[in-house]
Each structure stands twice: as structure tokens, then as C-alpha cells.
Design a protein around this ligand. Structure first.
Ligand code: SF4
Length: 355
């Protein structure tokens, strides 16, 4: 996988990544960090709660935030509208598990009304089939559904709760609601599900869903992460090209997208790789995160964070919120340091940050 493609782009067409079509924002009010990266994607974690206990994320005895600590929908919409005026164009809803939060359709509707050019969700799929139509009508555009095994018994083993059936039904329902192509997120761990890479590729080829293989990251609540458990994207590309069919680049990829996607050279099926460990993509990062308890994080692995919730609950103005958002982006480091001796795991595990 060439790193050249991951080098920072020259300044975007309009200096802040907006496309020709996107109407000019007032002034050049966009979020640029000290490395020239434009931040126009906001990941919003709506809850830290989850109905699964995936081994690479939570521990069995996970403790969740008291509900009063979570941002209300009014607060989420307020922060999102400020971010929208600052050039944020796309939003992804995450968790924990976003469907664990009641009234999620209403939140999607209210966020869609703010005019984001894309509104997506990452979910474990349980309960999605029932809501797919309503979420689509409310303005949801895309969905990533997590599924780490195609074998029911292993699925239950990795997730430690729940069954695989509702997750596959969620994929069907997403397609029926027009949320296509469905992207399937697979966290691969050596010795756990690394013998299913070809099965997932076959799944992508038969279903036209885009399977994205995610390198295991040091974000789990039980500190199980170890480099020896990471399946490297290059090895997976080589395996699939050898065993199934050569993989070829997708033309004109979005260099800021976390996943590098490929298509099989026979034209059947697409797969992607989120190679945070072996091929970090921080140089083109455009993401900002809002946790469910109102903390801004300029990076998934950030150590420090900015408290917006207290500000909001103390009656802050939009200008004060804007200042905190801009300050957080200004503080942003070049990237995670997983591959350096300086690496310090973030004080929060994945489920309380959001994907
Ligand atoms: S690790 Fe941090 S800086 Fe790197 S791509 Fe992810 S969020 Fe961006």
C-alpha cells in the first residue's frame, strides 16, 4: 500500500475542502489545524452504552455514564449547528451503540435539517432493521454495520452477547431503505478471526456490501492489545490477491477517508482496509470527535480533551463554543504515536469515544 497517497493534499480547491457545488460559508470560516488539515467531519458519540461486550472494546463489567452526564439532543444539535457554521460538512453518529439511545430518529432528523452534505451512522446492527426506514426518511445517508465473524458461534464469542441474525437482517433492511452501499466493519485479531478474511471477501463479492478490515487498535478497555494480534493490511491485500483475485486501486479515492478501498480485478466486489497501525492516515485527518458526555477530542487517541458540556450548561454563547472548537483543532497533534516508544494509550476506551 503506497504511502504517497497518504501525503497531505495541496490546499483544497477553496482552501477548506469545500467542493465547487458547496455554497461558500461566511468568510473562510473553516477549521484548519497547524498542519494545514481542514476539519470538516464531526463524529458524534450519542451514548457510551452498548448491548454487546466485544472483546476488543469493552470489558464484561463495563460501567456506563449516568444518563444526566450525557449531552441532551438539544445540546448535541446546538454544538453541531455551531460546527456546521465553521465548515463541518459531514457527521457520523457513533456510540457505544447509537441505537441504544432513545429517540435517535428524531436526532437524525434534527441534524439533517442543519444541511450537512452527509449523515452516516456506525452501528452493531441490533435493532437497526426495525428503524432503517424511519432513519432513511429522517435523513440518514449511509450506515456502517460491525460484524466480526460470519460464524454464529464465533460471533457470539467475540461479542459476548447477542446473535448474528439481527446484524445480517440490519444489512438487508439498510439496503431496502436505500442506505447503500452498506459497509461492513470487521475488526481482525490474530488467533481470533484471522481465518475468515477470505470468507468475508467472498461475502463482499456475493452481497455487493463493502467489507472493511480494521487493524486492531490499542483502544480496548482490557488492554488486550498487542502488536502480535494485529493483522497487517499489506498481508491481507497479498492474501486476497493470491487466493481470490488481484486487488486494484479504486480511481480517485478520497485521501481523507480512513479506509483504503480496492476492487477485485474481475470487477466483482470491493474491500477496504483501515490500517491505523501499519499505515497511519493522520496526515490527511479531517475528523473531530464529540463524546457522549460533551468532550471534544481532536483525535481518537488524544490524551487531553475540551469540555463543551460544562460550557453549555453554564450558558455559553455560540461564539464561546466556537472558540473552544477552534482551540481544540489548533491543539491537534500530527498523529497518533502507536508506532513510537512515546505512545500512551488514551485515558478513555473506544466505547466511550466512539468510532
Ligand atoms: S489517529 Fe487521530 S490524527 Fe490519526 S487519523 Fe485517527 S483521529 Fe486522525
Amino acid at each position: 500500500m503506497s504511502t504517497a497517497a497518504r501525503l497531505p493534499l495541496p490546499r483544497a480547491r477553496h482552501g477548506c475542502g469545500r467542493s465547487e457545488e458547496e455554497p461558500a460559508q461566511t468568510g473562510t470560516n473553516c477549521l484548519v489545524d497547524t498542519y494545514g488539515r481542514v476539519h470538516d467531519d464531526l463524529r458524534i458519540s450519542v451514548t457510551d452504552r452498548c448491548n454487546f461486550r466485544c472483546v476488543y472494546c469493552l470489558d464484561e463489567e463495563a460501567e456506563f455514564l449516568p444518563r444526566g452526564e450525557l449531552l441532551t439532543y438539544d445540546e448535541i444539535v446546538r454544538i453541531a449547528s455551531v460546527a456546521r457554521r465553521m465548515g463541518v460538512r459531514t457527521v457520523r453518529l457513533t456510540g457505544g451503540e447509537p441505537l441504544q439511545r432513545r429517540g435517535i430518529v428524531e436526532l437524525v432528523e434534527r441534524l439533517a435539517a442543519l444541511g450537512f452534505s452527509d449523515l452516516a451512522m456506525t452501528t452493531n446492527g441490533v435493532g437497526f432493521a426495525r428503524l432503517a426506514g424511519a432513519l432513511g426518511r429522517a435523513g440518514l445517508r449511509r450506515v456502517n454495520i460491525s460484524c466480526d465473524s460470519l460464524r454464529p458461534e464465533r460471533f457470539a464469542c467475540i461479542r459476548r452477547r447477542g446473535q448474528m441474525g439481527p446484524v445480517l437482517e440490519a444489512m438487508d433492511a439498510a439496503e431496502a431503505a436505500g442506505l447503500e452501499p452498506v459497509k461492513v466493519n470487521v475488526v481482525l485479531m490474530a488467533g481470533v478471526n484471522d481465518d475468515e478474511i477470505e470468507d468475508f471477501a467472498a461475502f463482499a463479492r456475493t452481497t455487493k456490501r463493502i467489507v472493511r478490515f480494521i487493524e486492531f487498535m490499542p483502544l480496548d478497555a482490557q488492554s488486550l492489545w498487542d502488536r502480535s494480534r494485529v493483522l497487517l493490511a499489506d498481508d491481507m491485500v497479498a492474501l486476497l490477491s493470491r487466493e481470490i483475485c488481484p486487488l486494484e486501486d479504486i480511481p480517485d479515492p478520497d485521501p481523507r477517508a480512513p479506509a483504503t478501498e480496492y476492487r477485485f480485478s474481475d470487477g466483482i466486489g470491493r474491500v477496504g482496509f483501515i490500517a491505523s497501525v501499519s499505515h497511519p492516515f493522520c496526515l490527511n485527518c479531517n475528523r473531530l470527535r464529540l463524546t457522549s458526555d460533551g468532550m471534544l477530542r481532536y483525535c481518537l487517541f488524544a490524551i487531553e480533551e475540551a469540555d463543551v458540556k460544562t460550557l453549555l450548561r453554564n450558558g455559553a454563547s455560540d461564539a464561546e463554543i466556537e472558540k473552544v472548537i477552534r482551540g481544540n483543532v489548533h491543539e491537534k497533534w500530527l498523529g497518533h504515536e502507536i508506532n513510537s516508544a512515546k505512545f500512551v494509550p488514551p485515558p478513555r476506551p473506544m466505547y466511550s469515544i466512539g468510532g
